[in-house]
Design a protein around this ligand. Structure first.
Ligand code: CMP
Length: 141
């Protein structure tokens, strides 16, 4: 498991956080924690109450609903934002498809991240629009 300063440099290499200066990255690194998963661990459970936001630091995951694969997500991508944004149950399962490490934020730390960093909110909105287009079968050009 990486120490606090390793986490800061890991986050610097993730486009999601690239727009933040070092001071903000440090603050964010200390408000989240790293969590490792084995292949086929269920990280998020469809229908459960959402308490965390996940950013993939290494490894691969699959988003599945009713056994159907909706998306494959890898390093630098995130999941678990939907329940934290609207307070509804998890919309899908998320499984690790290889040994995976995520950076995990609690719901209040996620809210504080989004409120104090509009750049991050924009990155997240763009990704959510892309996923919505994909789910509707109208991928962006
Ligand atoms: P949440 O509903 O909190 O938990 C399940 C997560 O899977 C969800 O947030 C999104 O992050 C992700 N997810 C759900 N549907 C899709 C999709 N169609 N494409 C990519 N990711 C998705």
């Amino acid at each position: 498991m990486a120490g606090a300063s390793d986490t800061v440099s890991l986050l610097a290499n993730v486009p999601f956080f690239a727009s933040l200066d070092e001071k903000r990255r440090k603050a964010m690194a200390s408000s989240g924690r790293e969590q490792s998963y084995k292949q086929e661990d269920k990280i998020v459970d469809e229908g459960a109450t959402g308490v965390g936001f996940f950013l993939i630091l290494s490894g691969t995951t699959e988003v599945r609903r009713g056994g159907k694969v909706l998306a494959k997500l890898g390093k630098g991508q995130f999941f678990g934002e939907m329940s934290l944004i609207d307070g509804s149950p998890r919309s899908a399962d998320v499984f690790a498809t290889s040994p995976t490490t995520c950076w995990v934020l609690t719901s209040w730390a996620f809210e504080s991240l989004v409120k104090s960093n509009p750049e991050i909110a924009l990155v997240m909105l763009k990704e959510m629009a892309k996923r919505l287009r994909g789910a509707q079968g109208t991928p962006a050009s």
